[in-house]
Write a protein that binds this ligand. Sequence first.
Ligand SMILES: [Zn+2]
Length: 102
Amino acid sequence: MRQNVPNVASLLIKQGTITARQVADKIRFYSGICYICQIEPMWSFDHVKPICKGGSNLIANLKPVCHSCNSRKGGRYPFELAKLRERAQEIYQKRQNNVAVL
Ligand SMILES: [Zn+2]
C-alpha cells in the first residue's frame, strides 16, 4: 500500500532530506489542517521561508498547507499573506459600510 504523503514531502523523502517519520509527526502536530487558514485540510507542504528567498527543504521550514493558501502565498512569507488578508478584509468592511477605500 502506497503511503499517503503530500507530493513535496515524498520527493524530499526520496532525496533523503527529510524522513517519513518527520513528515508524519508534522502532519499529526497540525492535525492535517492548513497552518495558514487553519480550516482546510492540508494539500501539500509549504516552505515557510520561500525557497526563492533562501528557504531550506528541512522539516523545520515545512508546514502543512491547503491548495488555496498555497496558491495565494506563492513566494511570500506567511506574515506577508496575513497583511494581504487584513487589507482585503479592511476593503471589504469599508465597502459594506459605503466608506471610500483609500
Ligand atoms: Zn489554508
